[in-house]
Design a protein around this ligand. Structure first.
Ligand code: COA
Length: 280
């Protein structure tokens, strides 16, 4: 799979046609179709909003007799429209989006964290994570600064090659180092997979932060990146990580041996993610 292709068009293996007269018809004459739908959400009064690749939202109401969009009322109908394109009136008006909305995934935000693409200047911060015995106890042990230097070079190259990768995490309130997380190609269970990973310094454990970054990572993976399939894995003994995987919707696949350790392999597909989202 080539992750550099315009991934948002690869959702569930379907390629939207170059023109989509049916949806233009649903929208009305004269409207320009130009932003792919990456998801749906309900607004505060219970109307459906299509989330577009630009990050803006657009109402897709079913309001007979004026507007007929019966499809939006069912999960199957909404899933079927994923990847189709709508004209974004807010883009047309030149309205900017927030950094996260703009589709730049090099720096994203959660409620309590900033996540920024790893860069050379993050070496000392990454060393702080890799030198921490409590953190590294479940990650194969302490890493020397030399290994960290190699890891950092790999993280940077991964971003350059694939357009996504691991983020350095900071506490939004203090700016302090919180951990690292993100999406990475890896060989696991005998196959090449994209892994969702997360790691925090002990001061940040037990506050729901792994769940928070995992949730936003999934939104990024299955929204703007349009990935189809993710794995997440942890030692059989790492109950906190196992709990995080299950809380965000990963499904247990099988037990494997990874780097000599008994490991639980979980998986989530884009289709399952969207279905879970639209049926909730
Ligand atoms: C694993 C780790 C990422 C969890 O981060 P976190 O921010 O504390 O996780 P969250 O607070 O979002 O969620 C942890 C969940 O596990 C539960 N949990 C914690 N310890 C547990 C244990 N021993 N047994 C069962 N559940 C446990 C928590 O109660 C919470 O679930 P809840 O919200 O239902 O109460 C963090 O401990 C860490 O960075 N560890 C070191 C590195 C690591 O192991 N990374 C993961 C590698 S796969």
């Amino acid at each position: 799979m080539d992750a550099r292709k315009p991934a948002r068009f690869r959702y569930a293996g379907k390629k939207p046609p170059a023109t989509q007269p049916a949806l233009v018809h649903l929208l009305g004459e004269g409207e320009i179709v130009n932003q792919p739908i990456t998801g749906f959400r309900l607004d505060e009064v219970g109307d459906w909003v299509a989330v577009l690749a630009c990050g803006h939202g657009q109402h897709v109401r079913h309001e007979p007799p004026l507007t007929f969009r019966e499809w939006v009322l069912t999960p199957a109908g909404r899933v079927e429209k994923m990847g189709w394109t709508l004209n974004c009136v807010r883009c047309d008006r030149g309205e900017g989006a927030t950094e996260r909305q703009m589709g730049t995934i090099e720096k994203i935000f959660t409620e309590r964290l900033t996540a920024e693409r790893f860069r050379p200047e993050h070496f000392e911060l990454l060393c702080q994570i890799h030198r921490n015995p409590a953190v590294m106890a479940t990650l194969g042990g302490l890493r020397s600064d030399e290994t960290t230097r190699q890891n950092l070079a790999e993280y940077i190259a991964h971003w350059d090659t694939h357009g996504f990768g691991l983020w350095l995490l900071r506490d939004r309130a203090s700016g302090g180092l919180a951990g690292r997380a993100g999406l990475k190609w890896i060989e696991v269970g005998g196959a090449l997979e994209i892994e969702l990973g997360y790691t925090f310094l002990p001061d940040y454990w037990g506050r729901g932060l792994a769940t928070e970054i995992a949730t936003v990572s999934l939104e990024t993976a299955f929204g703007p990146l349009g990935l189809e399939n993710l794995v997440c894995f942890t030692l059989t003994t790492n109950l906190a990580s196992k709990r995080v995987m299950e809380k965000v919707g990963f499904v247990f696949e099988r037990e494997i041996v990874h780097k000599g350790e008994a490991t639980l392999l979980y998986r989530m597909t884009g289709e399952q993610y969207i279905l879970d989202k639209v049926t909730k």
